[in-house]
Design a binder for this molecule. Sequence first.
Ligand SMILES: [Zn+2]
Length: 188
Amino acid sequence: MSMLNQILEYNTEFVENKEYEQFITTKFPDKKIVILTCMDTRLFEMLPKAMNLKNGDVKIVKSAGAVINHPFGGIMRSLFVAVYELNADEVYIIGHYDCGMSAIDPQSILSKMKARGIDEKTIEMMRYSGVDLEEWFRGFDDVTESVRHSVNMVRNHPLMDNTVPVHGLVIDPTTGKLDLIVNGNENR
Ligand SMILES: [Zn+2]
């Protein structure tokens, strides 16, 4: 059975057995916070548990490396929606040690794309159109610096309410230990 069919089959039972009842909540985060973190598999359940968060407590936005690529991209837009529409009064940027984005090689992604049939001409055409693919796929060398950079981008964004604290943390993906990098309560 394909993964999709396994999921759909399980889902039918999940709904029939009313297993959703334990998760019922609202779209507004009870703890009034929004978290931007990494899509790393190790953090999926562990990060909320390590922060004592349950369903309904927070908004979570995820990206590879917890990176905000662009001040007017989808990640930043999600943070604004959380703050202005969904009552998130604090922003937490949470990177993690041993992040895949710290070791990522843009050339490796590009060569894998070519190996899977993406035409070299397509890539060249993007370069001529001014898309810097190397920069776009580039990760970071130091997660602490990356978190600091993201905190500054959110805090200094011209559309961000400057009374909203923006915190920066780095989590250990094995132990769940959080290291505080920027205390947004002290830096407003
Ligand atoms: Zn990561």
